[in-house]
Design a protein around this ligand. Structure first.
Ligand code: PMP
Length: 288
């Protein structure tokens, strides 16, 4: 859904109406996907896990050597202003930082560039997303992305194609697999539950270190629920009793079917429901 025309968008120090916000065609974010981003959920008009998102944004910028002129508080105030002006109660806040504008050239070392910063909001049903109650259906597809998936860049074509492919096949999303192991969803991290053990692929350059993933691990530990981080073979996924995906705007989404086969009995499982409950309880206590 396109947001209402009167929505405000932040670009490089100014707030514009949605139709007037623009960037240069020579922006390296546009020409090379030379750019990183963060998406934070907004519920009750407040940001979820902003501090953690900012830390990951800095990590991504540092890995790519993009200059950062912003403090955590600067981004926080811009987002708070947009949430208020756009009257956003539930949805997301998107922050993107590109290396900046330059004559098109693969080599960017010639001059120091001023990064382009864009922030906007989007309405989205998060708390009452029907998928979190009834679960989603997914298919497995080869992971065609570049090798540094731990850096949150805007090179999202492979993920976008994987998601679109899933929808064209009549399901909700794709799970990216590589060499007989599962990596992650097109825009989410994956967890399986088998014989009461909860397992998620360990952090590596194969996957993005999701903020929701780490919150779920932390909140489960607080509640004495152990989660193991290790590689997961596709056949373990296919035999799991419960499967779920985590992301900032989906939170904890149960998976009920994979490649046409039911997960467990095809109904949302009890452990996933418990993790959903714990996750919501914990994040509601630390909205900002
Ligand atoms: N993996 C990928 C590839 C993603 O795009 C996302 C969401 N951006 C995630 C995992 C989940 O990360 P987070 O929980 O920080 O939204």
């Amino acid at each position: 859904m396109l947001e209402k025309d009167n929505q405000k968008v932040y670009v490089n120090g100014e707030f514009y109406s949605k139709n007037e916000a623009s960037i240069s065609v020579f922006d390296r974010g546009f020409l090379f996907s030379d750019s990183v981003y963060e998406v934070s959920a907004v519920i009750e008009g407040k940001l979820v896990d902003w501090k953690e998102h900012f830390a990951r944004l800095i990590r991504s910028l540092t890995h790519l050597g993009i200059v950062n002129n912003f403090q955590e508080e600067d981004f926080y105030q811009i987002q708070k202003k947009l949430i208020k002006e756009n009257e956003l109660k539930e949805g997301l806040c998107y922050v993107q930082v590109t290396r900046g504008v330059a004559e098109r050239d693969f080599n960017f070392t010639k001059k120091s560039l001023l990064p382009t910063v864009v922030v906007f909001t989007q309405e989205k049903k998060i708390l009452n997303n029907p998928a979190s109650k009834v679960g989603i259906k997914i298919i497995t597809v080869p992971d065609d992305r570049w090798r540094r998936r731990d850096i949150k860049t805007t090179q999202l074509l492979a993920q976008s194609l994987a998601k679109t492919h899933a929808v064209q096949k009549g399901v909700d999303d794709s799970l990216l697999v590589q060499g007989g192991f599962i990596n992650e969803g097109s825009s989410s991290n994956a967890f399986i539950i088998k014989y009461g053990r909860i397992i998620t692929p360990n952090l590596s350059s194969d996957i993005l270190g999701g903020i929701t993933r780490s919150s779920v691990i932390k909140f489960c530990q607080i509640n004495n629920i152990k989660i193991e981080e290790q590689k997961i073979k596709i056949n373990h996924l296919m035999n799991a009793q419960e499967v779920f995906l985590t992301s900032s705007t989906g939170f904890v989404l149960p998976v009920i079917e994979i490649d046409g086969r039911l997960v467990g009995n095809g109904l949302v499982g009890g452990m996933v429901k418990e993790i959903q409950r714990i996750y919501l309880e914990q994040i509601k206590a630390k909205l900002s």
